[in-house]
Design a protein. Structure first.
Length: 155
């Protein structure tokens, strides 16, 4: 596909995803220091009451799951670059993305019961919704993959 076509957009999106993966890994490595700075600043400026340990654990859980989502997205984009959008593995990847999103929603739900904010409720709802949409996309890609393979066998 041409520069204006799908391949260029897929390539740009994959490069962006790769950059996000690298940033995610960097943040996960520096998370103890970054969390300490954040908690100290918010405690001094706004009297924030969430403890460092809870935030660190929450950020690690969400960060690792977000890394999983980014890696699955990277693999989906690779199959699109190879002009194989209905690869059966994409259905599995969308299913994994759905699971990761629901696990993040569960982490947000735990945070709701411990340290509730409006943004925490919104995060839980958004990730639950994206997880369910990913399950639907998984089913659609699975069916499309079977139809595409049958069509390839037809002369």
């Amino acid at each position: 596909m041409d520069w204006i076509g799908k391949k260029s957009l897929t390539l740009i999106l994959r490069i962006f995803t790769d950059c996000c993966i690298l940033i995610n890994i960097g943040v996960l490595i520096g998370l103890p220091w970054l969390t300490r700075i954040m908690v100290d600043q918010l405690t001094v400026q706004f009297g924030w009451s969430e403890p460092f340990e809870f935030n660190l654990a929450f950020f690690y859980v969400c960060g690792v799951l977000a890394l999983g989502i980014l890696l699955q997205g990277h693999l989906i984009l690779r199959t699109l670059e190879k002009n194989k959008p209905f690869d059966e593995r994409n259905a599995t990847r969308f299913f994994r993305i759905g699971l990761f999103c629901l696990f993040i929603a569960a982490a947000f739900t735990v945070k709701i019961f411990m340290y509730n904010t409006l943004l925490t409720i919104a995060g839980a709802c958004i990730f639950a919704l994206v997880g369910l949409i990913s399950f639907i996309l998984s089913d659609v890609f699975s069916k499309a993959s079977r139809i595409w393979e049958e069509q390839q066998l037809t002369i």
